[in-house]
Design a protein around this ligand. Sequence first.
Ligand code: ADP
Ligand code: ASP
Ligand code: MG
Length: 404
Amino acid sequence: MSIQVIKFGGTSVANISRIKNIASIIEERIKSKKNKIVVVVSAMSGVTNKLVEAYKKIKTDTLDPEYDVILSTGEQYSSALISTILNEKRINSRSILGWQIPIVTDSNYSKARIFKICQNFFRDQFSNYDVLVVAGFQGVSNDHRITTLGRGGSDTSAVAIAYALGLKSCEIFTDVEGIFTSDPRIVKDATKIDFITYEEILELASLGSKVLHPRSVELAMKYGIKIHVRSSFKKNIGTMVIKEENKIEKEVVTGITSSENDAKITLKGIPDKPGIAAEIFGILARINVNVDMIVQNITDDGKFASLTFTVPIEDQANAVNELKSSDIKFKNIHADKSICKISIIGVGMKSNVGVAQKMFETLAKKNINIQVISTSEIKISVLIDLPKKKTAITSLHKAYGLKK
Ligand code: ADP
Ligand code: ASP
Ligand code: MG
């Protein structure tokens, strides 16, 4: 018996005609190869957002178990609908929810992590069904409560199930033809990438590109599972996510991404003395606020410093209030949400010089001011004004020769 795991995202199952389209993809595989298929599905596009809105009218705390129960219903609906359509086509199928397998997670509601998946369940079910339509994004905790894996988490469900079944690959069908050099909805002449390394897509996904859930890439990288990202609407081969050593040609910059999820906080006139940064970031850590980019400047007389850093946009108000009510002495505090982070990513950066200089020069030519910089071996991120986002991405895309 040969098992395949294939995942369809929200746009691919957005309405009955799209579901009929994916039913044909599934039918072809069942007929031509006598395969057994695990189909992992997202909620129909827009549904999860509506569920979030409904919940937030009542409560803002997402770490509430009922939040997860509400959100998981989107996938319950789509999986049953898809299975019904498959059965109408005489494809022997059933829908399955996370708790039925079970997909056991921790109790970290709204961003639960998977502990284990029972593989025997799939083997048993395949004696009665050819296609198992699994609701993605959800699991069950040890205290028998429904959990969800974080927005976009169906990709992680798919990779985790592939691993549990001992498979070496997994296909993610989505609404674009693969992974592109930049979001094809922002950069019209973005190019499809044929091969991308785990490290590169992990950076792209973590730094804002939502084409894959970052945790799905982490899992695939850890267990050596190849991911094929491809279109639900076209038959072409998409993008293969592979190990770095298998990538023959290493571009200096593989992709460019942006994120609007951060806010910038600047503290001016802080005494320049040892321990002050530890104190400030200690306060933020205590209230569970994650700090990303940081830059510090000292005044000419060396007495005062100013500190700029970014935090998740939803934590900004809380961070500012906490700092204002602390014992830390500063002259003023300023928060700015109208910023975005632009990142360039590529494993080839490790062995090439002048990559950062080209980025800064390109942005300078467009009169775009860089507020904060952070780097790693394979990425450079800069913080800029939000209205300059599109110009920044398109000019960098051109500068690094990524255009079609
Ligand atoms: P799904 O519902 O199938 O999970 P998502 O909306 O989560 O789909 O992810 C696909 C979207 O990711 C695309 O529609 C595209 O706009 C966006 N995206 C962002 N960056 C990239 C990129 N570099 N390559 C491809 N798509 C990208
Ligand atoms: N439906 C969930 C979301 O919109 C999970 C997913 O689509 O992967 O975030
Ligand atoms: Mg997605």
